[in-house]
Write a new protein. Sequence first.
Length: 274
Amino acid sequence: MSTPARRSTVTNIDGGPLITSRLRVFWLIACLICLPASVQAAKGGRPNIIFIMADDLGYGDLGCYGQKLMKTPHIDQLAAQGTRFTQAYAGGSVCTASRAVLLTGLHNGHAPARDNIPHYPTYLQERDVTIAEVLQKSGYRCGGVGKWSLGDAGTVGRATNQGFDMWFGYLNQDHAHYYFTEYLDDNEGRLELTGNTQSRQQYSHDLLTDRALTFIRDSAAQPFFLYAAYTLPHFSAKAEDPHGLAVPDTEPYSDRDWDEKSKKYAAMIHRLDR
């Protein structure tokens, strides 16, 4: 039996709510999008599917759910052109469990993961069937960017062993909380981010979005499924990040009369939306 998600303390700015009804679990933005003609599926008129997943995003932090101080125009547009859910449950209460339910369609009691276990190498096994595997067999090209959490590199549970033709981002659960990481998993290999070894030159989530756009452009000849699993606005694992929030700058909120923590949180959501 599902239970309602727990809520954390509300943060106020100028007497108004900024971070409202923040879930301790994931909030999912499921988008079945009719894309421009240049990227429409060429065979059989089957729709392209883009599923955007945010991590630790409160449902009250989006304009389409009543947020007034932070602006999310692109997500709001998707909501206006699609279906907006007002009563929903996450498949699990933590990162890995929610993703296991989402990708396999299994109830949390039967899914291969029920909790976040530090340094656990793989949850998905060869017997598990993901939505990507089903779509791939149906002729879809399947790609993903961001936080995987269900199988590390070199295991049967990695994304490219579970129906994805392309995966770019973080395979490991713990690694996904480093926004200025020194590398990103790139299919079976790695993309080294040398500029982040001694300094912070490349923000991982900007690279994730760039790769997602490249995947869409490269998939014009066949129907595609894109799973964009952003870590934003989840806290950073770096101890040196004030307030646990990592973002290159606080635009477009740098001039607001808010505390620094609220500016950074709002800027992370802005980066998710753009």
